[in-house]
Design a protein around this ligand. Structure first.
Ligand code: SAM
Length: 276
């Protein structure tokens, strides 16, 4: 692996190791809503073999395993030991025995060819060095007729809060790198991920998984328990405190009697490996 790629993966690994303790916090319940919705689209059936890529704390893997019980199995992979530790705890909590958890890179799968009926990837693609090339590689481990489903955020997700947060970070003089979660945020870029020579029946479904947050503190909890935390960690303690105060004032304008609306608009992209 080239040194720059290795460095990027280590950076991503350390971000998720750091946020893993709070990743399943109630404010981030949209991840479990999305995992359930994804299964409704992918419809795994008993006996199938599923690969859950970038499993995180295992929400998609757990949702899938419940459909597959008792004969089917899920292989769940991630590169963050922190997230995988949480996934193991969640699997135990659900008393599921048909999930195997591996520390494995989505861009370098170590499974045999024609192994899986379904590959799932919830909100993991934007962390890969080359998502399109990875999806090409996944084709090898899919059985003929096997399906892939991936989820990504639409452009409006987390707006306007994420934009305001970004602007406040930039005001401190810190360079805010391009927001990775905004890659693959429209139908065209999602469909382009699947090479027409390898996949067919590409299909897009969108779903709003938004929720009402009680107050600015709940949005702050999302910042510190998600990838946004990595930008905050570039500031010293005093800068962080000042940013939090300013940001909370901005959020006052968004308050309604229901709370603060958090847009979590999601794109699901599905495709099939031809049966021949
Ligand atoms: C936003 S979380 C999504 C977790 C889960 N799929 C969900 O829907 O809640 C993204 C996950 O991608 C993982 N990840 C990032 N790069 C990866 C790679 N190259 N291979 C495997 N997992 C990766 C991170 O460690 C993190 O757990």
């Amino acid at each position: 692996m080239p040194e720059s790629e290795d460095k990027l993966k280590n950076h991503i690994r350390s971000i998720f190791d750091c946020v893993s303790p709070g990743y399943d916090s109630p404010e981030m319940r949209y991840f479990s809503f999305s995992a359930d919705y994804m299964m409704g689209l992918a419809k795994p059936i008993s006996g199938e073999r599923v690969l859950d890529v970038a499993t995180g704390t295992g929400m998609v893997a757990i949702a899938a395993a419940q459909y597959l019980d008792p004969e089917g199995r899920v292989q769940a992979i991630d590169i963050s030991e922190g997230m995988l530790g949480k996934a193991k705890q969640n699997v135990d909590k659900h008393a599921l025995e048909n999930i195997d958890i591996h520390n494995m890179d989505a861009e370098s799968l170590e499974f045999r060819s024609n192994d899986f009926d379904l590959i799932t990837c919830g909100f993991g693609l934007f962390f890969l060095t080359d998502a399109k090339a990875a999806i090409k590689k996944w084709h090898r481990v899919l059985k003929p007729g096997g399906r892939v489903i991936v989820s990504t955020f639409r452009q409006s997700a987390f707006m306007p809060m994420a934009k305001w947060f970004r602007e406040l970070i930039e005001e401190t003089g810190v360079d805010f790198p391009d927001s990775s979660w905004q890659q693959f945020s429209d139908n065209k870029s999602c469909l382009a991920l699947f090479d027409n020579d390898l996949y067919q029946d590409q299909k897009i479904t969108t779903k709003q998984h938004g929720i009402h947050l009680k107050d600015a503190n709940e949005w702050w909890n999302i910042i510190i328990n998600s990838g946004l935390r990595s930008y905050l960690d570039l500031l010293d303690t005093q800068q962080q405190t000042e940013l939090r105060t300013k940001h909370a004032q901005q959020l006052e304008d968004l308050k309604t009697e229901d709370g603060i609306w958090l847009d979590v608009d999601v794109i699901y992209t599905q495709a099939v490996k031809p049966s021949k």
